[in-house]
Design a protein around this ligand. Structure first.
Ligand code: LMR
Length: 396
C-alpha cells in the first residue's frame, strides 16, 4: 500500500529548524520559525508558568479524562481575555469557548464546523497568509480563495482593494482575518480599517473568522483585540481561533481555544454540540497541561500581574528591535528602504529580498529565514544585528 506514496519536501517553515540545527557555523542566525527569543537567543519558560506548574504538581489530584470541551475554567478565562471582562457586551449564552490543541486545533476544528454548515461556503484568506493556513483549513474540504492584503511596494495593507473585495461577498462567505501581528507581513489593520471591515461584515453578511495567535505581542492585550471585540459587538456570528503558544510561551504544550459567537442561545447550543462531536471524531479531547497552567495563572491576581509584566517585556523587546533595525540600516547607508519595519507589529516582517537572495543569505552567511523573506524579528539581538544588517546589504 505505501508504495503509492512519494516523499514530500520539508515544511516551508518547520524545515528551517532542522536545517539551522545542522549548520555547523557559529555565526549562524535563526530568523525562521516564529518563536520568541530573548537577548541571549533562548526561548525561556516564563516565570509565571514555572510557578503555576509548581502549584499544579502539588495540587493536581487526578489524570482522569477531561472531556472534548477541555477545562471549563480555562475556557471562561480565555473567553474574557479575547472579548474582555464584559464579553464586549455580548450575552454570555451566545458565546461558546472550547479548549483546543493549540491555535492549529482551533483553526482545524472551526474549518470542520464550517464544512458541516453546507458545501456552498467559500473561505477567503488574505494574500499572503500564514503558510500553514491553506493546508490546515483546506484539508477539511473548504473551498479557499484569497483577498488582496499586503502591498510589497508600500509594505502596508492594500486596504482599498481589500475592502472592495470584501464588499462583494455575501452570506455564504467566511473571511479569515488576522486579529493582530499579521503573519507573515507584520502589516496590521488600523482602527479605522477595522471599523470598515466590521461595517462590511454587517452589510454583506459574511462571517468573520479571526485568527488571534499573537494577542499581546503587538501593542497590548486590549489593543490587539480591538478588531475582534468590535466584530463581536456588531455581527451575529463570529469564529475566533486563539493560541497561548506565543503570549504564554507554551508552544510545545499545544494550548489554544476556539470561540464561537452565535445569533441566539439556542443556536449557540447547537453549534457547540456540533463542534464537540467534530472534536470527538478527530482527537477526542485536548491535552490538559497547558490549559491548566493558563487557568492557574489567570485565576490568581499575583500570577496574572507577573504574566502581563513578562508579556510586556517580550512585546517591548520586539518593538525596540524594530526601531533598532531601522536605525542600523540607516546608519549603514540603506536610506529609508527598511523604515517600514518599525511601522509593523508582531514577530514578522518581509525584508523584500527575492528567493535567490534568501538562499544566498543562508549559504554565504548562515542566516535562515522563510523563502518569502519573512524574518522573525525576535531572532535579532545585540550580538548579531550588525552581522545581519551587513549580510543583507551584501546580498542587495
Ligand atoms: C510560524 O509562523 O513560524 C509559527 O506560527 C510556527 C509554525 O507552526 O509555523
Amino acid at each position: 500500500m505505501f508504495e503509492a506514496l512519494s516523499s514530500l519536501p520539508p515544511d516551508a517553515i518547520l524545515g528551517l529548524m532542522s536545517a539551522f540545527r545542522e549548520d555547523p557555523r557559529s555565526e549562524k542566525v535563526d530568523l525562521g520559525v516564529g518563536i520568541y527569543k530573548d537577548e541571549g537567543g533562548n526561548t525561556p519558560v516564563l516565570e509565571c508558568v514555572k510557578r503555576a506548574e509548581r502549584r499544579l504538581l502539588e495540587q493536581e489530584d487526578t489524570k482522569a479524562y477531561i472531556g472534548p470541551a477541555g477545562d471549563e475554567g480555562y475556557n471562561e478565562r480565555v473567553g474574557k481575555l479575547i472579548l474582555s471582562g464584559d464579553l464586549s457586551g455580548v450575552a454570555s449564552d451566545r458565546v461558546s469557548v472550547i479548549q483546543t490543541p493549540g491555535g492549529c486545533g482551533a483553526l482545524r476544528s472551526a474549518a470542520e464546523l464550517i464544512v458541516r454548515c453546507g458545501d456552498e461556503t467559500t473561505l477567503w484568506v488574505p494574500d499572503p497568509t500564514w503558510a500553514n493556513h491553506v493546508p490546515l483549513l483546506g484539508d477539511a474540504g473548504l473551498k479557499i480563495r484569497t483577498y488582496p492584503y499586503f502591498d510589497p511596494r508600500t509594505s502596508a495593507v492594500r486596504f482599498e482593494e481589500m475592502a472592495a473585495c470584501l464588499g462583494q461577498l455575501g452570506r455564504s462567505d467566511v473571511v479569515l482575518l488576522h486579529g493582530c501581528c499579521h503573519n507573515p507581513s507584520g502589516a496590521d489593520l488600523d482602527r479605522a480599517q477595522w471599523d470598515t471591515v466590521v461595517e462590511l461584515a454587517r452589510r454583506t453578511g459574511f462571517t468573520p473568522f479571526v485568527d488571534l495567535a499573537y494577542q499581546g505581542f503587538g501593542d497590548g492585550l486590549d489593543e490587539d483585540a480591538y478588531g475582534v471585540r468590535q466584530l463581536a459587538a456588531s455581527v451575529p456570528e463570529l469564529i475566533v481561533a486563539s493560541s497561548c503558544s506565543k503570549n504564554f510561551g507554551l508552544y510545545r504544550e499545544r494550548t489554544g481555544a476556539v470561540l464561537l459567537l452565535s445569533e441566539s442561545a439556542s443556536q449557540a447550543a447547537a453549534v457547540k454540540s456540533q463542534l464537540l462531536s467534530i472534536i470527538r471524531g478527530i482527537y477526542s479531547m485536548p491535552p490538559s497541561h497547558g490549559a491548566a497552567i493558563v487557568a492557574g495563572i489567570l485565576s490568581d491576581a499575583e500570577l496574572t500581574t507577573l504574566w502581563t509584566d513578562e508579556l510586556r517585556a517580550m512585546r517591548d523587546r520586539i518593538n525596540s528591535l524594530r526601531s533598532l533595525l531601522v536605525a542600523r540600516f540607516q546608519a549603514k547607508g540603506a536610506g529609508s528602504r527598511f523604515d517600514f519595519i518599525a511601522r509593523q507589529r508582531g514577530m514578522f516582517s518581509f525584508l523584500g529580498v527575492d528567493e535567490g537572495q534568501v538562499s544566498l543569505l543562508r549559504e554565504r552567511h548562515g542566516i535562515y529565514m522563510v523563502d518569502s523573506s519573512r524574518i522573525n524579528v525576535a531572532g535579532v539581538n545585540s550580538s548579531n544585528i550588525d552581522y545581519f544588517c551587513d549580510a543583507i546589504l551584501d546580498v542587495l
